[in-house]
Design a protein. Structure first.
Length: 479
């Protein structure tokens, strides 16, 4: 169905405008989020979509540390330590082909071109910073910025350097063979430049209902996708910091989702819900099940929703042309579990986190463990507290004809404050009121991946003040 001549006149009547809107609505395709390729239809024997997209993500956050307050006040406080910066450039290749009526098979390959992560002393106040050596003797003023004199990361030996001595070499630069940063440089850690195939995603999408065929009903899509981690999983070795530049986590995931949309004249609201579950963890991944007192060895699950609407200010259905403005928000729950946190590379292989003689088992052996079998170094992945992330996105969709579509979007997001070193000491199996640290009982109770230096209350790392900015540009060919 195409708009009648009342839609093409220069000054149509009110009734003509209303009729035009209804006709356009009836002839329109679904919103981009519910569009599914079809097959075996009279006018569409096989429909297919092929797209290439560029995605840039910039993440910034404060990395804080717990510490005991002064004896006069007691309790635990959270103090500044580091600032986190991550910049990620990726290309997403996707193909979708109809295999049955309103059912499509899709294959997607997210290829990371560059992923760099940096940690620096928290000196965000710039010229307003006050450091320990600038506080007069006897003053109650506290420093409000961090350098070599008061960084808890430097104090605990997690990175090399001379704690307490201002303007001295410190830190670890993985892009320079592990060299320390020069005196006065606020950078504390720089990871290797990572790149490669993040995963290979294969899935099915089925439009159970389709407004294109029955304008009295919404478009409702069910989706299932498998994400395969191919190649060597991410890890970091301080002895050879540039040896591993992988971007996959060694986990095969499954994502289940449902999306629904319904067009009303020039507005099409939609809502989508999804759940991401670690279906299979590879033996060579950093996620190892040591049993005993280890509680949360599996990767974090995620579940969330994005919702919004497309507003269509202009459309020529007869020529397959349309401009729409996409406004959406999202919220995502990250369940407690192990994961690659903002500081995983810095922690990985740190001598300060090497296995220690205590806690020990019945034969006097150390109960602390490292990464995959055959390794003793701390793997870097940590137990992460559950938290929510949230954000919004503004996009523009342009269809220029039967065969070509373009999309651009800019997003801003944040996340709740949460702990990223959150491993329990273990399980009190024998109901003694504590986790035993020595003997046969300890072998059943101690969490082998627990590190008191970063996991004890009063030593844990916290992520706060998270800000994520994203840019998405996509071109699609429609057959």
């Amino acid at each position: 169905m195409v708009p009648s001549s009342s839609c093409r006149g220069r000054w149509p009547s009110i009734a003509g405008v209303a009729a035009c809107l209804l006709l356009v609505s009836a002839s329109a395709h679904a919103a981009d989020v519910t569009q599914v390729a079809t097959a075996l239809e009279e006018d569409k024997p096989v429909e297919a979509f092929f797209s290439i997209a560029y995605e840039y993500t910039a993440k910034r956050a404060a990395i804080k540390r717990e510490w005991e307050l002064a004896s006069t006040t007691g309790g635990i406080g959270t103090f500044k330590d580091l600032r986190y910066a991550r910049d990620r450039h990726a290309i997403r290749l996707r193909g979708e082909v109809g295999i049955l009526w309103d059912m499509a098979l899709h294959v997607e390959a997210p290829i990371v071109v560059s992923d760099t992560r940096t940690l620096s002393f928290d000196q965000g106040l710039g010229s307003s910073c006050v450091y320990p050596d600038q506080i007069p003797a006897g003053s109650t003023e506290a420093p409000n910025c961090v350098n070599e004199q008061n960084s808890s990361t430097l104090r605990d030996g997690i990175v090399p350097g001379q704690f307490g001595a201002k303007d001295t070499p410190h830190g670890f630069d993985a892009q320079n063979g592990g060299a320390m940063f020069a005196a006065g440089d606020p950078t504390v850690f720089r990871g290797p430049k990572r790149y490669g195939l993040e995963s290979l995603n294969i899935g099915l999408d089925w439009a159970v209902l389709n407004q294109r065929k029955d304008d009295t009903k919404p478009t409702w899509v069910l989706s299932a996708e498998l994400r395969f981690a191919l190649g060597t999983p991410m890890r970091f070795d301080r002895a050879v910091p540039g040896a591993n530049t992988s971007v996959n986590d060694g986990v095969h995931w499954v994502q289940l989702g449902t999306t629904i949309s319904k067009r009303w004249t020039v507005v099409e609201p939609y809502a989508s819900y999804y759940w991401l579950y670690p279906l299979y963890v590879r033996d060579d991944s950093q996620f190892q099940n040591y049993r005993a007192g280890q509680k949360d060895w599996r990767p974090q699950q995620r579940a969330g929703s994005y919702f919004g609407f497309e507003a269509i200010p202009w459309e020529n259905a007869q020529q397959h042309q349309r401009i729409s403005i996409d406004v959406r928000g999202y919220i995502e729950a990250h369940f407690q579990g192990r994961g690659y946190s903002e500081i995983w590379e810095m922690l990985s292989g740190s001598p300060a986190l090497d296995p220690q003689p205590e806690p020990s088992g019945g034969a006097g052996q150390s109960l602390m463990r490292g990464g995959p079998p055959g390794t003793t170094a701390y793997p870097g992945v940590t137990d992460i507290e559950n938290f929510f992330s949230y954000g919004g996105q503004l996009g523009l969709n342009v269809r220029v004809g039967r065969y070509m579509k373009f999309r651009g979007a800019f997003g801003v997001a944040g996340a709740q404050k949460h702990f990223i070193t959150f491993a329990d000491a273990g399980k009190d199996v024998n109901a003694s009121g504590q986790v035993d640290q020595h003997g046969a009982a300890a072998e059943a109770e101690v969490n082998p991946i627990h590190r008191p230096l970063i996991d004890f209350v009063g030593r844990r790392y916290v992520v706060d003040e998270t800000a994520i900015y994203s840019l998405f540009l996509q071109g699609m060919v429609v057959f």
